[in-house]
Design a protein around this ligand. Sequence first.
Ligand SMILES: [Zn+2]
Ligand SMILES: [Zn+2]
Length: 128
Amino acid sequence: MKEVLREKKVRKLDNGELENRARTARRKSSKRRTATTTYERDPYVSEFAKRWAKGICQLCNHPAPFLNKNGDPYLHTHHIEWLSRGGEDSIYNTIALCPNCHDKMHIMNLEEDIRELKDKVIFNVGIG
Ligand SMILES: [Zn+2]
Ligand SMILES: [Zn+2]
């Protein structure tokens, strides 16, 4: 919460003031403990979503940005209905996205994108 307020203030600084503060930054990052909740994901469901995408992001339709160390296309598995909002971890709710589109979904979560992803799942996997 504090972090968000600070970011808002930072965005309002003019370029001169921003440069001043950036130049005189402490250089040493301070440590902070945070609590996070992680959800267990079924590895079969995730692998299914990725294989089914055949290396193509299911939102922007571009190939994965790179291959990982195993030579597999680097895509993320996204839950269309977020797990944190009660979405289920099933092949009917997961889709493979490039890291950019994955970020976009978590930052914007636009209705039109959600609809497109849902349509794709229904077209390819059917309804659960
Ligand atoms: Zn993409
Ligand atoms: Zn996601």
